[in-house]
Design a protein around this ligand. Structure first.
Ligand code: A3P
Length: 291
């Protein structure tokens, strides 16, 4: 993390709120003009949906279970964000194939070359009430983000898309409606919680990687919340306290589904549900958290 990170403000990039401290304009331009290769592997998420988890799982699948990449490189270097401030200095264009890249971009924000490529996308979704809960704690501890205000204030910002990477509803709907379905794997945080090895097996099939049951089990074991919390290359403990105030919350905080129940009042949950119902009324996808 660069030392000049300050509490951020938003800019609108293609109509979507983006915190300038993490995504200066030159980084957004770099991402937009980036040349995607056919064998690139993208991890796409709305923030707080399981990005860090995937930054652990996918390199381990690609290394055939060799722990070296996840024990020697911080998650932001091993699977860099295409649109982050560090992307330019990391020279992603010089990295050998297959590159593993992360993005929080909404579908229409992707680089032009992505649409003409065969690059694969692993798109992870999470119950938005848990995304909200995780975000609320994260915005409070990450001093370079925009202050979230009270829970009620943050709820209105979140539901109106006035948070980083915009509306959760637009993000998820945009990716679910993508034309390139043959090269997108849709995953949910909740199914990974319920059956991590099964999710790893699904990712392996999608990426054309054949791993033994034993290796997949080893990867699943390494990627449990408890074990990842101990990996200093993945638990954000390398970030100085002045940028992430872990006395307020940790980055790898609880790692469960349903924590929204500990934050929302009944009225807040009912209001959230009514907005959710309206915004997703034209979506066919059966979300695991609605069942
Ligand atoms: P909580 O704040 O609810 O604990 P992202 O990486 O997209 O920012 O998402 C962060 C969320 O994913 C945090 O949620 C974090 O704890 C959770 N997470 C990260 N690794 C995990 C793991 N191995 N198992 C379960 N949850 C994990």
């Amino acid at each position: 993390m660069k030392c000049e990170l300050k509490r951020s403000f938003y800019v609108q990039h293609r109509g979507v709120y983006v915190p300038i401290a993490l995504h200066p304009l030159e980084s957004l331009k770099y991402a937009e003009e980036f040349t995607v290769r056919d064998d690139d592997i993208f991890i796409g998420t709305y923030p707080k949906s399981g990005t860090t988890w995937m930054q652990e799982i996918v390199p381990l699948i690609m290394s055939g279970g060799d722990l070296k990449p996840v024990l020697t490189l911080p998650n932001w270097d091993r699977v860099p964000w295409l649109e982050e401030h560090r992307a330019i200095e990391l020279k992603l264009e010089d990295r050998p194939s297959p590159r593993i890249l992360a993005t929080h971009f909404q579908y229409p924000m992707m680089p032009k070359s992505w649409f003409n490529s065969k690059a694969k996308m692993l798109y992870v979704m999470r119950n938005p009430k848990d995304v909200f809960t995780s975000s609320y704690h994260y915005y409070k501890m990450a001093t370079y983000l925009v202050d979230p205000g009270t829970c009620d204030e943050f709820l209105m910002k979140f539901l109106n898309g006035k948070v980083m990477f915009g509306s959760w509803f637009d993000h998820v709907k945009g990716w679910l409606n993508a034309k390139e379905k043959d090269r997108i794997l849709y995953l949910t945080y909740e199914e990974m919680i319920m059956d991590l090895k099964g999710s790893i097996s699904k990712i392996c099939s999608f990426l054309g990687k054949s791993l033994s049951e034993e290796v997949m089990e080893r990867i699943a074991d390494h990627c449990t919340f408890k074990n990842m919390k101990q990996n200093k290359m993945s638990n954000y403990s390398l970030v100085p306290k002045q940028f992430m105030d872990t006395s307020k919350s940790e980055f790898l905080r609880k790692g469960i589904s349903g924590d929204w129940k500990n934050l929302f009042t009944v009225a807040q949950a009912e209001f959230f549900d009514s907005v959710y119902k309206e915004k997703l009324k034209d979506v066919d996808f059966k979300f695991i958290w609605d069942k």
